[in-house]
Structure formats: structure tokens, C-alpha cells
Design a protein around this ligand. Structure first.
Ligand SMILES: NC(=O)c1ccc[n+]([C@@H]2O[C@H](COP(=O)([O-])OP(=O)(O)OC[C@H]3O[C@@H](n4cnc5c(N)ncnc54)[C@H](O)[C@@H]3O)[C@@H](O)[C@H]2O)c1
Ligand SMILES: [Zn+2]
Length: 365
């Protein structure tokens, strides 16, 4: 463990000032090549957890770890959100015991947000917590779920209702892993990246406007630049409020992690309405456009800025229109169930311009 701790401290390319554990973040082409070295530093045995779509990549990586002289097993769960459940957590923990993994072991999460959330949660509770390394393979996981230390699984009553704050010891972001990602998943992840530009970084937003074609053509240099800047925004916001504990109230210098919720209050309601058939990033894209309407109505966002945001979302090939079934009455009902509700108010994170945002109460009563 002492070697893992010193590793956590060694390089932190982005500010994560108030997070207890500083994961080492490596963003570069062929970053996964670092995995055997990191695993060897962290433990004496390794288990890779992945999903059924990534099994052959996971096999390759476990062979590399074995070549480096460390026992390594592979556990695969079915691809998809259904695997984010307590039943699967129990199955994985039983399987880990069978591999002989002890407290000197390390878990590797290879996959999208589902695997990151699930394996991270397992790492946080198995034998009261063992180190894990996150290897995200979707844009959502690289831009969002692998950063910020949240793990979790779903209950029948709702998504992400059981979880922990448990940052990985290292995050390896390798854009070559995105080569096999279907186009729709790729674009959906870009919605979260656009969100980061809108709420925190106008220059980054302009970079996305200028380089949209090359990003969608997956030019490695542009993808790297985009991932690095996007991570910087997310980690800056998370570093100010790692446990989402700052009070939700409007404040011109707002540092609440809830700012990351822009597009998500309406986005989550749309996901629920579609019974989770609408991909998260697409729901967030529509959510950002609809929440902009509220911001324009409140007089906190200009019409021009709102148009610039919707144009970028549309140019990234993301949906912009509310589905017909999303009536006002249905949406209000779903929004009222949002787990980020405070008393009888929902706080919307709304842009106040391009590159800034704040929290505003919306009374549901
Ligand atoms: N912890 C957080 O802070 C946080 C933040 C955002 C989202 N999330 C969670 O993330 C999940 C969504 O993540 P996601 O969109 O990555 O979904 P996902 O993990 O289900 O991946 C989407 C699909 O792409 C496949 N896939 C993954 N990588 C691939 C690759 N490189 N090539 C080909 N196919 C690949 C997967 O098998 C899956 O079928 C949700 O459960 C959400 O709650 C968590
Ligand atoms: Zn999101």
C-alpha cells in the first residue's frame, strides 16, 4: 500500500486540491502500456473487470500484466446498465474470493461508465477497500465518470442510489481505446465535453467550435487536446467540492459540484421517460438546450449565447428536440423525483454566459 500512496502523490497534472486521494492521471496515446508497471507497484495480484463487448481487449491487457510477472484473472459481466446492480456486486465479490484476491490485490476497471462505476464500487467495499485502476473506454467515461471519485450501482427505485466516493489510484486515458467505439456513443460523450466548455471555459468552447470536424473524424491529436482540457475543467470543479457538500444557493462565485449538473435535471427526466433507451449524453444534449430556455426566460443568458450553444450541440450530431411524449406535466413529475432535490426546490445549474454558470432554485410546489 505504501507504494500505491506514493504513486498517488507522484504526478497530479490537474488540480484536485481537496480530494483526499490524488489519482495519478495519465492521458496519452498508448497510456494502457503503463498498466503492468502500475499494477505491479500497487499490489501482488490483479483482477481485471470488464464487460462482454471488451473481452478481447481485456484478455490482451491481462496477458501483458501476466508477462510482467503478476497473477491476473479476468471477470466479465454482460454489457449494459443492468450490470450496475447489487446482485452483480455480490457475484463479483464471490468471484474475487475464488481468485484468491486479498488486500494486497488490485482491481482494474476496463470499460465505459458502467464498468467504472461497478468495479469502483466493488473495489471500495471488497475487504473494506482495495486499490483500483480505471481504464475508461468510452468518451463518457473519459470525460466524466472516471473523474471525480463517484462509484455506484442502481436500485429498482432509481439510478446510482447506492454508491461511494472512492477515487481510483490511477486513471489511464488512452484515445486509441476509442477506435472501436460506435459513432453514436462517441457523439453522446461529446455532450458532456460541450457542457464543460459552457459552464467553465469559453476558450475551450471556442476550441470545440473550431475543431468539431477533426474531433468527429477522431483525429488523435485533437481528441487528446479535448480530453485534457475537459478533464481540467471537471477536476477543477470537483476539486472545489469533492463530496458535493457545498450548499446549493445562487452565488456569483459558485464553487458547487452541482454546477456539473447543467443539462442533467431535464436530461435525467428524459432518460427516465424513455425508460433508459435514450443514451445519457443525448438526453443531456436536449437537457442543455431546454435548460437554456429557462436561463433565457430568467434573463440570465442572452439569446445569442443560447443559440451558439444549440448550434454547437447540433453540429456535433446530437439531438436538440424534446421527444413528443415529454409533455410539461410529465416532465414536472419526473423532475420532482430528482435525487438532487433540496426541500421542495430543484436547483438548476444554468449558464450565465459561455464559460460561466450558477445554481438557481425552481419551485416545484
Ligand atoms: N460516476 C460518475 O460520476 C458518472 C458520471 C457519468 C456517468 N456515469 C455512469 O456511466 C454510465 C454510462 O457510461 P457509458 O456511456 O460509458 O456506458 P457503458 O459503460 O454502458 O458503455 C456503452 C456501450 O459501449 C460499449 N463500449 C465501451 N467501450 C467500448 C469501446 N472502446 N469499443 C466498443 N464498445 C465499447 C459498452 O460495452 C456498452 O455497450 C451510466 O451508468 C452512468 O450512470 C457515472
Ligand atoms: Zn452526465
Amino acid at each position: 500500500m505504501s507504494s500505491a500512496r506514493s504513486l498517488m502523490r507522484s504526478t497530479a497534472p490537474f488540480p484536485m486540491t481537496k480530494i483526499q486521494q490524488q489519482p495519478q492521471l495519465i492521458i496519452r496515446t498508448k497510456a494502457v502500456g503503463e498498466l503492468p508497471r502500475l499494477v505491479r507497484k500497487a499490489g501482488h495480484q490483479c483482477v481485471v473487470i470488464t464487460d462482454s463487448h471488451l473481452r478481447s481487449k481485456a484478455n490482451e491487457l491481462s496477458l501483458e500484466i501476466k508477462k510482467a510477472g503478476l497473477p491476473c484473472s479476468l471477470l466479465t459481466v454482460p454489457a449494459g446498465e443492468k450490470s450496475k446492480s447489487l446482485v452483480v456486486v455480490e457475484e463479483l465479490c464471490e468471484a474475487l474470493v475464488k481468485t484468491g484476491l486479498g488486500r494486497d490485490g488490485v482491481l482494474v476497471a476496463l470499460g465505459g461508465g458502467v464498468i467504472g462505476d461497478l468495479a469502483g464500487f466493488v473495489a471500495s467495499v471488497y475487504m473494506r477497500g482495495i486499490p483500483f485502476i480505471s481504464v475508461p473506454t468510452t468518451v463518457i467515461a473519459m470525460a466524466d465518470s472516471s473523474l471525480g471519485g463517484k462509484t455506484g450501482v442502481d436500485l429498482a427505485s432509481g439510478k446510482n442510489l447506492v454508491g461511494t466516493f472512492y477515487p481510483p489510484m490511477a486513471i489511464l486515458m488512452d484515445p486509441t481505446l476509442l477506435e472501436t467505439l460506435p459513432d453514436r456513443e462517441f457523439k453522446a460523450g461529446c455532450a458532456e465535453i460541450i457542457k464543460h466548455g459552457v459552464i467553465h471555459d469559453e476558450r475551450f468552447f471556442t476550441f470545440l467550435e473550431k475543431n468539431r470536424e477533426s474531433i468527429l473524424a477522431r483525429k488523435p491529436a485533437l481528441i487528446l487536446k479535448m480530453l485534457k482540457q475537459s478533464a481540467k475543467v471537471k477536476l477543477t470543479i470537483v476539486g472545489e467540492d469533492p463530496r458535493e457538500a457545498l450548499p446549493a444557493r445562487p452565488n456569483s462565485t459558485n464553487r458547487s459540484r452541482m454546477l456539473l449538473n447543467y443539462g442533467h435535471t431535464i436530461g435525467h427526466a428524459l432518460e427516465k421517460l424513455s425508460e433508459y433507451t435514450l443514451p445519457h449524453g443525448e438526453a443531456v444534449a436536449i437537457g442543455m438546450i431546454e435548460e437554456n430556455r429557462i436561463a433565457v426566460k430568467k434573463g440570465i443568458l442572452t439569446k445569442d449565447a443560447a443559440t451558439r450553444i444549440s448550434t454547437l450541440i447540433e453540429n456535433f450530431g446530437l439531438p436538440t428536440k424534446l421527444p413528443k411524449e415529454a409533455t410539461m406535466a410529465r416532465m414536472k413529475k419526473l423532475i420532482a423525483r430528482d435525487k438532487k432535490k433540496v426541500g421542495s426546490s430543484i436547483y438548476f445549474a444554468l449558464p450565465t454566459g459561455i464559460g460561466s454558470a450558477d445554481l438557481f432554485p425552481y419551485d416545484l410546489a
